[in-house]
Design a protein around this ligand. Structure first.
Ligand SMILES: [Zn+2]
Length: 640
C-alpha cells in the first residue's frame, strides 16, 4: 500500500485468488465440506454513507464463532474497521439468535445455534466513515464509492479463507456503473451477481462504482487484458490526457520487460477521483484500489504529485501478492501478521514503482531525480535513525502507519518504504558494477517474480530466499550488505546507490519542482534543511528536526506560528512570507523571529539562522558513469 504523504504511495495490500491452492493453509479440522456462503450487499444508500449486508452461512448446532476480518491484507496491521459495524443480527427461520462478543477478541461473535438450524442468517450495516485510514477510511461520496468486501462480511471459525466460498450479489445506487476484477455471473434489477470465489479472492477484489464512470483499456489487444476503471465526483475529472494514457500503456509494457511474466487473468486499476474519499493506494492481485483527488488527471500539479501511485500498486501484483513474505501469508484475517520483511514487500515496490514511473514516461528523468533527492535528504536528516534501525520500522509497522507527524523525525515513520528505496537502488547499482554492466536488479526480478505466467498464485519467501536470488544474479555477501543497512543506527542515510549511480546529494536555493507540486497540493511548507521544520499552511508546526536552528531556538512540533518577523501569518501568503524571511535573514545579524502560540500562551522564538534557503538536489558526478540514467531509461521496446 501507499499513503500519499511523500513519494510513497502506501498501497495497502489484500490477498488472493480463484484457482489458488490452499498453500501453507492447512484446514484446522474440517468436519464437513467447506461452507458456501451467500452475501448480498445493498450499496444503494452509499451516498448516505451506509451499506447494508445479508449473509446466509451454513451452520451446525451449538455455539458458533463468526469473525469480522481484523488483519486486512496490505494494510499491515489489525485495522479492520470494527467500530463501523452496526445493526448486527443473527437469525434462524426468522427467529433471533442470542449472541455475545468474545471478552478478549473484539472481532469474534459467539452465537447460539439451535438444534434444527442448518444455516444462520446474518444482517449487518457498515457505517461508511468520513475519516480514518485505508479501507477503513472515507470510501463514498455523493457520486462514487469503493466497496471493500472485508467491510461488510463475517466468516465462520474453523476454515481458512481459501476454503470458504462466497457468492456475492451487489445492488448499486440507481444509474451507477461498476468495475472490479471479479467475474460477473449475471446482472438483473436485483443487482449484480458475481461468480463464486474463495473468501480470499472476494476480500482481494474491491468494487469501484459511480455515477461518473469510465473505462480506459490499456495495451489494446494484449493478453492478459489491462484497464483503468475510473469513478469520479464529476464528468470532467475523467478526462485523461492522451499523454497520460500512452504512459500507462507503456507502464504495462515496462512491467512485462521487468518481470517477464504476469500472474493474473486480467488487471484492473480501480481509480477513484474524489476529494471526499481517503487518499491512498491498496494493492490486490488482479486489481488495485487507487484513490486520489478529483482533479488529479486534469491538474498538472496534482498529476505530478500522484504519478507514482499506479506503478507502485501494480508492482505489488508481483511483489506482495504473487511473492509474499511467509509472515504476511496468513490463513485467515484473525491470525496476526509478521511484518519484518516489509522492506522487501513495500521497500522494493517503492524502488521498482519509482523506476517504472520514469521508464514509462509518467514522470521525466529530472522529476525522478528530484523525488530521489527529497527522499535522500529526508532520511539523511532524520535523527531517529540513531536509536531505531530501519528493521524496527518494519517490525513495528502497525504502530507507525497512524503515527502523527509531530516528532516524526525523532520517532521515525514507515521508513521501510523510502529508505529501502535507497537500499534497493544501491543493490541495483552494485549488481551492475559486479557484473560489469551485464546484470541488474531486472535480472533479480525476472528470477524472483517471473516464472510461468498464469492465474494468481502465492509463493512465499524468507530473508534467505532474497539473499540467495541476489547471489544467483551476482555472487556477493548480500546477507552482510542487507543486514548492515537494516540494523544501522548511523545518523547518515545509505547514499551509496546515488553516489555509485553517478550522482551526489547537494543543496542549493532553488525550490525543486516536485517539492513545489507537493506543497501546493498538500498545503504545507517544508524548510527542513534551512530552519529545520515543516508547517502547514494554517501555521500548525508539523515537525521540528532535533538539532536544527529552529529546534535549538525552542520551536516545538504541535505549536502554531502566528507571525513571521512581525507580520501576521496568513494561509494564502505565508509560504512566500516564510521563504522571504529566510532570504532576508541571510547576511544580516538579527535573528528571524516567529510569534508562536503554545497551548494558550504566546512566545517569540528567535532563530539565529543566516544560511538562506536550502533544498536538496542531485548533482551529476562526471567521474562516474550515469548508472541512474541507465536504470530509469525506457526498457520495453514494444508491447508487454
Ligand atoms: Zn505498497
Amino acid at each position: 500500500m501507499k499513503t500519499l504523504a511523500t513519494r510513497k504511495v502506501l498501497a495497502l495490500c489484500a490477498l488472493l485468488l480463484v484457482a489458488l491452492p490452499a498453500m501453507a493453509r492447512k484446514p484446522l479440522k474440517p468436519k464437513a465440506p467447506p461452507p458456501s456462503i451467500a452475501i448480498t450487499v445493498d450499496a444503494s444508500e452509499a451516498p448516505r454513507h451506509i451499506l447494508h449486508a445479508r449473509l446466509t452461512i451454513p451452520a451446525t448446532p451449538g455455539e458458533m464463532t463468526f469473525y469480522y476480518p481484523k488483519w486486512v491484507p496490505g494494510e499491515h496491521g489489525p485495522t479492520g474497521p470494527i467500530a463501523e459495524l452496526a445493526g448486527v443480527k443473527f437469525t434462524f427461520n426468522g427467529q433471533p439468535l442470542a449472541w455475545r462478543r468474545d471478552l478478549v477478541d473484539m472481532y469474534a461473535f459467539l452465537v447460539q445455534v439451535p438444534q434444527a438450524a442448518t444455516t444462520v442468517e446474518v444482517t449487518l450495516d457498515f457505517l461508511l466513515p468520513s475519516q480514518g485510514m485505508f479501507s477503513g477510511g472515507a470510501s463514498a461520496s455523493a457520486q462514487m464509492g469503493v466497496l471493500s468486501w472485508n467491510q461488510v462480511l463475517l466468516y465462520p471459525k474453523g476454515w481458512t479463507s481459501d476454503e470458504l466460498t462466497y457468492t456475492a450479489t451487489l445492488r448499486l445506487p440507481e444509474g451507477w456503473k461498476y468495475g472490479t476484477a471479479l467475474d460477473t455471473a449475471k446482472e438483473s434489477p436485483q443487482g449484480v451477481e458475481f461468480a463464486p470465489v474463495s473468501l480470499t479472492t472476494l476480500v482481494d477484489s474491491p468494487v469501484i462504482m459511480g455515477a461518473h464512470y469510465r473505462v480506459a483499456p490499456l495495451a489494446a489487444g494484449e493478453t492478459p487484458s489491462h484497464e483503468i476503471d475510473m469513478a469520479a465526483d464529476s464528468e470532467v475529472a475523467l478526462e485523461m490526457s492522451p499523454e497520460s494514457r500512452e504512459a500507462y500503456n507503456q507502464l504495462v509494457a515496462e512491467t512485462g520487460a521487468l518481470f517477464g511474466a504476469r500472474h493474473y487473468r486480467h488487471y484492473h486499476f480501480l481509480l477513484s477521483l474524489s476529494d471526499n474519499v481517503a487518499h491512498f493506494g491498496l494493492e490486490h492481485h488482479e486489481s488495485s484500489d487507487n484513490r486520489i483527488g478529483e482533479r488529479s488527471l486534469v491538474d498538472e500539479n496534482l498529476r505530478k504529485a500522484s504519478a507514482g501511485l499506479l506503478p507502485h500498486e501494480f508492482v505489488h501484483s508481483w511483489n506482495g501478492k504473487h511473492r509474499r513474505p511467509a509472515g504476511l501469508a496468513t490463513p485467515d484475517y484473525q491470525q496476526p501478521m509478521k511484518t519484518d520483511l516489509l522492506w522487501v514487500y513495500e521497500g522494493l515496490t517503492t524502488y521498482l514503482g519509482g523506476i517504472l514511473t520514469a521508464r514509462s514516461g509518467l514522470e521525466t528523468p529530472e522529476q525522478y531525480r528530484e523525488d530521489l533527492a527529497l527522499v535522500a535528504a529526508e532520511l539523511d536528516n532524520r535523527p531517529g535513525r540513531t536509536w531505531r534501525p530501519l528493521a524496527d520500522t518494519a517490525v513495528a509497522a502497525q504502530t507507525l502507519y497512524g503515527a502523527p507527524s509531530e516528532w516524526s523525525s525523532w520517532r521515525r515513520g514507515v521508513d521501510f518504504y523510502d529508505e529501502s528505496d535507497l537500499i534497493w537502488l544501491e543493490a541495483d547499482v552494485t549488481l551492475r558494477q559486479l557484473s560489469h554492466g551485464q546484470r541488474s536488479l531486472d535480472d533479480f526480478c525476472h528470477r524472483f517474480h517471473g516464472g510461468q505466467s498464469g492465474p494468481p498464485a502465492l509463493k512465499t519467501y524468507t530473508f534467505e530466499d532474497v539473499v540467495n536470488t541476489l547471489n544467483e544474479v551476482a555472487p556477493y555477501d548480500w546477507k552482510a550488505f542487507l543486514t548492515a543497512r537494516l540494523n544501522s543506527t548511523s545518523p547518515r542515510a545509505p547514499l551509496g546507490g546515488i553516489e555509485g549511480g553517478g550522482w551526489k546529494l547537494a543543496y542549493n536555493e532553488t525550490l525543486p519542482g516536485q517539492q513545489q507540486a507537493r506543497e501546493s497540493t498538500r498545503q504545507y511548507i517544508d524548510v527542513s534543511y534551512s530552519l529545520g521544520f515543516r508547517v502547514n499552511n494554517g501555521g500548525g508546526v508539523l515537525d521540528v528536526i532535533p538539532g536544527t536552528p529552529a529546534a535549538e531556538a525552542g520551536l516545538a512540533p504541535g505549536t502554531k506560528i502566528l507571525g513571521v518577523d512581525g507580520r501576521r501569518w496568513n494561509p494564502s501568503r505565508s509560504p512566500n512570507l516564510l521563504r522571504e524571511a529566510i532570504r532576508a535573514a541571510k547576511g544580516r545579524s538579527q535573528p528571524l523571529r516567529l510569534l508562536v502560540e503554545n497551548a494558550d500562551y504566546y512566545k517569540t522564538i528567535e532563530i539565529n539562522y543566516h544560511g538562506g534557503e536550502r533544498y536538496p538536489h542531485l548533482e551529476r558526478d562526471a567521474s562516474k558513469p550515469d548508472l541512474l540514467g541507465e536504470i530509469i531509461k525506457p526498457h520495453a521496446t514494444s508491447g508487454p
